[in-house]
Design a binder for this molecule. Sequence first.
Ligand SMILES: Cc1cc2nc3c(=O)[nH]c(=O)nc-3n(C[C@H](O)[C@H](O)[C@H](O)COP(=O)(O)O)c2cc1C
Length: 287
Amino acid sequence: MFASLAPWNSEFSSAVAAELESEPFVTFSLANVDRNGLPHTRTCVYRGFLFDDAKTNILLFTCDKRSSKYKDLIANANFEACFYFHKLHKQFRFSGAARVITDDQYPIISFNKAKLAMKLQEQNVNQENGNKEDGLVVEQEPDFYSSRIDEVGATEPITYRVLSPSQSQAMNYSSTSLADLNKPTIPPTEAEWKAERQRCWNALSRSLKRSFKRPAPGTQVTEEKYKLLDSINRGVDGTSSGQENFVVVCLFVKAVDLVELTGGVDRRYLYKKSYDIDAWKEYEVCP
Ligand SMILES: Cc1cc2nc3c(=O)[nH]c(=O)nc-3n(C[C@H](O)[C@H](O)[C@H](O)COP(=O)(O)O)c2cc1C
């Protein structure tokens, strides 16, 4: 089974490329909720697609294992990530479930066929019930912005089609045959997840790498900690690399809300991923 670009992907990638012509990086606002259900949002740097492969459709950012966002995502992986591209006047609002690659864990990809059949049946019922004229698409698709409640923590297995990079590459280089399309999907191996974390670490600037050595984020500054912060900043602290605190967060996108400001009639599109399979539904809705 080939991995393919989601219908929002080319437009998103073009917007990122346009932004990077004049900006050093692309930022977005990441929102999630804490254990009390309270919302939190903050700016993060977009780090490209998982395995540096747009066809995964999985977005990356990095964070510190000691940060609040990490701890909150471990308890509840639901997220929204909002990008605004000034040059192209486009807003992309991604929602889905986060999973993490750390020094001791990586995403567990599950393909549970029984659950899949149940979910597909549920979706069909929802569609039949929801095809009312003038209805809100979000209401027709009850899980449009939500993750499955039995898979809320970022350490839980996630049902999402992710090909092992070696399988994906082999498919890219070989001519496609019917036999290829019917081959079972091989999820990434532990070694491939580890290599991906290392690839992301290697891509960080020296000063950003150093930031993972700082005292725990959010702890009170004391005179001693200030001295440590200063020596880390100058690269003369002599402590560990800090890589043990480095986390790659994988944003498994399940729905996208794209708004295009045109100066005339604005356009708005909703994209919804089918459960497990690589099929997306697209709706144009009133802005
Ligand atoms: C321009 C900019 C980019 C940032 N990028 C990141 C990032 O990629 N990852 C991250 O964890 N924090 C990033 N931060 C810091 C966060 O916005 C936030 O202040 C910090 O991570 C603490 O958030 P938390 O307490 O919700 O975990 C960035 C801040 C700014 C101003």
